[in-house]
Design a protein around this ligand. Structure first.
Ligand code: ACO
Length: 427
């Protein structure tokens, strides 16, 4: 049997090679299609289009499998910490102790943010959405770190990566601290990467920072679960912007903007707002289930459904368990969690949701944990960005090392055919 796919059109036959991935995924390679046939493919939302070959993350939405560099998400969430996972995603292998220490020390050495950046932050109103602030600050970092733009060697790339892994958590913490009216602060390089993030975000003036293992472990797990998810909207944005060689920080800033949307990373905030609204409305989950199913009603059950998972999102399973543990350990009794559980139970037994394979996604439970950890709702998507940072970096690095061409899709034009210009007084 030929390993080609055949296309027949207007009495002519064309053949295109079929590629097979490590996990036997098949893809028709249409690189030569337009030159051979004069035709393009059209696929709004890219539901059937692979934009690249990638060795970073494997996910099987039908089976509910997610692996980073071959390691299962369940095992990584259980046994690794976030910095090890970041190293794994970016450089391809789990680090040994020496590699991990060097990576961490390099990050600590770059963790200062130019004081002038505080003036930029100062210009934002307190009411500004943290994701908007963060995308701007990430972009502003370029001006203070110009050597991170034109990276032509792996060494330059390494330092651009280390710098952003070091400075981004500072920007995140400053964004939160400004919102809370707390002084802008730096971390403590005797702490672990995630512990330090937590300290930078929450340390109160005149109070000693006390490490809480339950909180740090939960945060570590959440960041790992969000660290990569192959070619989603924000990652594709990072790769697309990076494909013009715009630089890592500019690409990341664009990725943050893409993540902000409620159909993507913004869903975790939307989930919590939805649960709060249901609670305020008397906790009638059935009413909201019916709204979600009503095609005349724009309401959707936030935190349900996924473009790729048509089975339980494996991350949601881990987070659901973590939410129970964290709330139990912290002694938090949250009526919102009960509403979430009620909705989940109903949806999993409802024909509408079952037929459409709509399962809870990662965002359905993450917000409940963030809330228990004292993170304000508006910061939820920022926490997602913090977790996704290594994934975006890994994807950007892979794209540059593979020398991928500039991303430039085509279109099918459906506007007016050529027409004569009409003078203003004749219209
Ligand atoms: N509530 C009610 N109905 C839904 C939902 C939902 N959450 N999600 C999908 N549907 C329905 C659609 O109305 C559609 O029904 P139809 O076939 O009768 O027209 C069908 O299920 C398929 O939905 P699509 O929108 O075509 O699926 P798509 O793959 O394009 O969208 C998405 C996926 C955007 C995640 C969608 O499920 C959604 O809007 N979910 C809520 C928002 C959310 O939780 N986003 C987070 C995603 S995960 C992440 O980014 C980390």
């Amino acid at each position: 049997m030929s390993n080609n796919a055949r296309l027949e059109y207007a009495g002519k036959s064309y053949e295109f090679p079929v590629k097979k991935g490590t996990e036997n995924e098949l893809a028709i390679d249409i690189k030569t299609m337009r030159s051979a046939t004069g035709m393009i493919t059209i696929d709004p939302g890219y539901k059937n289009t692979g934009s690249c070959e990638s060795a970073i993350t494997f996910l099987d939405g039908e089976k509910g499998i997610l692996r980073y560099r071959g390691y299962s998400i369940e095992e990584l969430a259980e046994k690794a910490d976030f910095l090890e996972v970041a190293y794994l995603l970016i450089f391809g292998e789990l680090p040994n102790q020496e590699e991990l220490d060097k990576f961490h020390n390099d990050i600590k050495g770059e963790s200062h943010v130019d004081e002038e950046m505080k003036k930029i932050l100062d210009g934002f109103p307190k009411s500004a959405h943290p994701m908007g602030v963060l995308t701007s600050l990430t972009s502003a970092l370029i001006a203070f770190n110009p050597s991170s733009v034109n990276v032509t060697s792996e060494k330059d790339m390494y330092w651009a990566i280390v710098r952003i892994l070091a400075k981004f958590p500072v920007l995140v913490s400053w964004t939160l601290r400004k919102k809370k009216g707390l002084p802008l602060d730096y971390g403590d390089d005797t702490l672990g990467y995630v512990e330090n993030i937590h300290k930078m975000m929450f340390k109160r003036p005149n109070h000693k920072y006390e490490k809480n293992k339950v909180v740090i472990d939960a945060l570590d797990k959440l960041l790992i679960l969000h660290a990569d998810h192959e070619q989603n909207c924000s990652t594709s944005t990072v790769r697309m912007v990076g494909s013009s060689h715009a630089g890592l920080f500019a690409s990341l800033s664009a990725g943050i903007a893409a993540l902000w949307g409620p159909l993507h990373g913004g869903a975790n905030q939307a989930v919590l707002e939805m649960l709060e609204a249901i609670e305020a409305d008397g906790g009638d989950t059935k009413k909201y289930m019916n709204k979600a199913k009503d095609k005349e009603d724009p309401f959707r059950l936030m935190g349900f459904g996924h473009r790729v998972y048509k089975n339980f999102d494996p991350r949601a399973k881990i987070i659901k368990k973590a939410a129970d543990e964290v709330l139990g350990d912290l002694g938090v009794e949250d009526p919102i969690l009960e509403i979430a559980k009620g909705l989940e139970k109903e949806a999993l037994n409802d024909e509408y949701f079952v037929d459409r394979k709509l399962y809870p996604n990662v965002d359905f439970y993450s917000g409940i944990i963030y809330r228990a950890l004292g993170i304000p709702t508006e910061m939820f998507t920022v926490m997602f960005a913090l977790g996704r940072l290594p994934g975006w970096i890994a994807q950007w690095r892979e794209m540059r090392l593979r020398n991928e061409p500039i991303g430039r899709p085509r279109q099918v034009y459906i506007g007016h055919p050529s027409r004569e210009f009409v003078a203003l007084d004749k219209r």
